[in-house]
Design a protein around this ligand. Sequence first.
Ligand SMILES: [Zn+2]
Length: 276
Amino acid sequence: MPKPSLEAIAEGVFVWLQPDGGAGVSNAGVVVDGDGLTVVDTLMVRSQWAPFAAAVAELDQPVRRMVLTHAHIDHVGGTKAFPHAAVYASPDTSTLLDQPMPIDAYKAFMPAFTDEFDEIAELGTRPATHLVDGAASLTPRIEVLPASGHTSGDVLALVPDADVCFAGDLCFFGVTPLAFQGDPAEWALMLDAVADLAGLIVPGHGPIGGEVEVRELQGYLRACVEARGDVNQVGAGPWDRWIERDRDAINVERAAMLARGDDSIPPSMLTAIGLG
Ligand SMILES: [Zn+2]
């Protein structure tokens, strides 16, 4: 696997893309403003966030803020790497950050990182210091926008002058999305707005894309809803070349449960985290 690096995609806008983007392997970003840096998401385990934090330190500017796109551990595990940054997150993300971490579930779902999860349990994450409960200008360059679909507390970070949107896990490109806490139908609708936000979309997992990739993801989520609980009905599509297709079962089951008013975690996800 090639090592990730801090890559400039526009003036003062950097991405840190972890190759392949599977479970526990997410992206992060950095935006430069006049007063210093804003980090978008923080990766998961030390072997991921330590090189990222070191590269950010080489920019030689204070890290003023971080935006957490949602509470999943592969986006918030590295919050302690930026101890002086203000932490911006949705109210839902804030609540989850204040709760004990389900370390055994993480180990069952992402066994490749089992050894490092013990350190996360010890280290913990930082709490939110500022709540994003509406669309707001965070800095002269950055707008934060509340959203939902992947979780109930998603936040997007937009850099209009660079035509860049950090979409968090509202976008997975080349990687099957995971909707165990989301709503595939609502998520597909939300992607109409995401597609219009910027020309360059930085997903939570996978390589940078744009409207084409957003529409492919939207098509997949709609196929999951239309499968009505039968994973064999998802059918063919661009998703046939994506990784992590075992998530189809979770996404289809979740969509069918929500359609009948059941908001609980799908049994297929409970099995995947060792509780089934
Ligand atoms: Zn997520």
